[in-house]
Ligand binder design. Structure first.
Ligand code: AMP
Ligand code: ZN
Length: 434
């Protein structure tokens, strides 16, 4: 039963009462870990002393640094016999964080993902090609278990090897894909080169896009090129991985499963809650995890939350697309901006190809921004004049979005480095010497 109608549509009061009840349980569980055992004692926190959601504010925030300080077992709340799996964050800097799960945790997580997939219309008759990385990263295995739970036929393809991906899609008539957006753009280009028309030659009807920030414009491109409906899928390994928030068929924000997570949205400077519709940092609390409960985790992801009931009937609050992370905000010549703003502009220009890179340098105490932009195959073989015009258009549109004038380098299709995992879009050389 994945259309858990009662839970997904319960009234806000009832849902919040359920959250308090589960929170007390989660606090009891967390208290068995060395870290929370100590913190609760210091702060005088007991499950009984938390009787409203506002009381949550008494619990200190958890951060990536604190997770690292307590690495590896400081937050584990069960005996080692009960743990069945670990995953880690994809962390590009420093030591990755590790999350431990019991068998029940894995089952709960699979249930959440099955719920997400069911919500968008995936059924047991679907063939699900999972083009996400398997391994320590949570994207691949997370969805794998969820799709199996739903009863879909799962092809555990993993990323890369485009020719084989296409062969699998053709042979087994895959209907649903799960893919990192930057890899999807690359995959689409390969289809075009091989003269494969997804609408005629393949059976895909739906794609789940997740694991990295992407703009509405990227979704649009992927939908148009593949002839699919694409849904945004959000999660973070500290909260299991995918399955934390997911778009319903309204495609207007992602429902956060509030019977498994408490979501707070706070101003990252003052740490005070922001109002509905105001941008803030997402803070999550696990409500059901046994192996490693985490309370008030500061995700660094920025978005807005909305409480109004959704036209789909679900009452769980929705978050907007992730605008960026507090740590990927760029300050260039004193102006704040997020890489996704640049992406939005580039991807709205049809002559722009599928990849780009932002390079920052500092010369003579001045910031310099270069945006390297792959152009599409057709423009590449076109006239010089056309390229000049395209460059001017890109510069103008970027200037009106980010308020500074970057240098734009148009580069050949396929010439920028690509990755099968999360894309690296920004190269910041400003802190290097020489
Ligand atoms: P990891 O813990 O390594 O899986 O990385 C989780 C992070 O990936 C999140 O905190 C977000 O910054 C990012 N992320 C995951 N899904 C999305 C999404 N749908 N949109 C934007 N960012 C995402
Ligand atoms: Zn909805």
């Amino acid at each position: 039963m994945y259309w858990d109608k009662e839970t997904e549509t319960m009234g806000r009061d009832e849902l919040e009462a359920l959250q308090v009840q589960l929170l007390q349980k989660s606090i009891r569980q967390a208290g068995s870990s060395p870290y929370y055992g100590r913190i609760f004692k210091e702060e005088g926190i007991t499950p009984e002393s938390i009787t409203t959601l506002d009381d949550l504010g008494r619990i200190p925030f958890m951060t990536k640094d604190l997770l690292r300080d307590n690495y590896p077992y400081g937050l584990v709340a069960v005996s080692k016999e009960q743990l069945v799996r670990l995953h880690s964050s994809s962390g590009t800097t420093g030591r990755p964080t590790v999350i431990f799960h019991t068998g029940n945790d894995i089952a709960e997580w699979a249930g959440l993902i099955a719920r997400c997939m069911y919500m968008t219309g995936v059924r047991a008759s679907d063939v699900f090609q999972n083009m996400m990385g398997y391994g320590l990263f949570t994207g691949g295995i997370g969805f794998h278990y969820g799709a199996e739970r739903l009863g879909a036929l799962v092809i555990p393809a993993g990323p890369g090897n485009t020719q084989r991906q296409i062969m699998l899609m053709q042979e087994f008539e895959s209907t649903v894909l799960h893919i990192i957006p930057s890899y999807a753009l690359h995959f689409i280009k390969s289809l075009q080169e091989l003269h494969i028309d997804p609408r005629k030659d393949l059976h895909i009807r739906m794609a789940f896009l997740g694991a990295e920030p992407h703009s509405e414009e990227i979704r649009q491109r992927i939908e148009d090129a593949l002839g699919v409906t694409a849904y945004n899928s959000y999660g973070l390994s500290e909260m299991n991985g995918p399955g934390v928030a997911f778009e319903c068929t309204e495609k207007d924000g992602m429902h956060v499963w509030e019977d498994s997570y408490i979501l707070e949205v706070v101003n990252p400077d003052t740490l005070k809650p922001v109002k509905d519709g105001e941008e803030g940092e997402l803070v999550f609390t696990t409500l059901k995890r046994e192996g490693m409960p985490i309370l008030r985790y500061r995700s660094k992801d920025l978005a807005c939350v909305y409480t109004e009931p959704c036209a789909c009937g679900r009452t769980h609050r929705k978050i907007t697309r992730i605008k960026g992370r507090t740590d990927d905000m760029l300050i260039v010549k004193g102006v704040n901006m997020y890489p996704v703003q640049i992406e939005k502009v580039l991807m709205s220009i049809p002559e722009v190809g599928s990849n780009y890179q932002i390079v920052l340098d500092r010369k003579d105490f001045n910031d310099h921004m270069t945006v390297k932009v792959e152009i599409s195959g057709e423009v590449f073989t076109g006239e010089m004049q056309q390229l000049d015009h395209l460059k001017k258009t890109i510069i103008e549109r970027l200037r009106s979005e980010i308020l500074i004038t970057p240098k734009v380098d148009l580069v050949e299709p396929d010439s920028l480095p690509k990755s099968e995992g999360k894309a690296v879009r920004v190269i910041d050389n400003r802190h290097q010497w020489g």
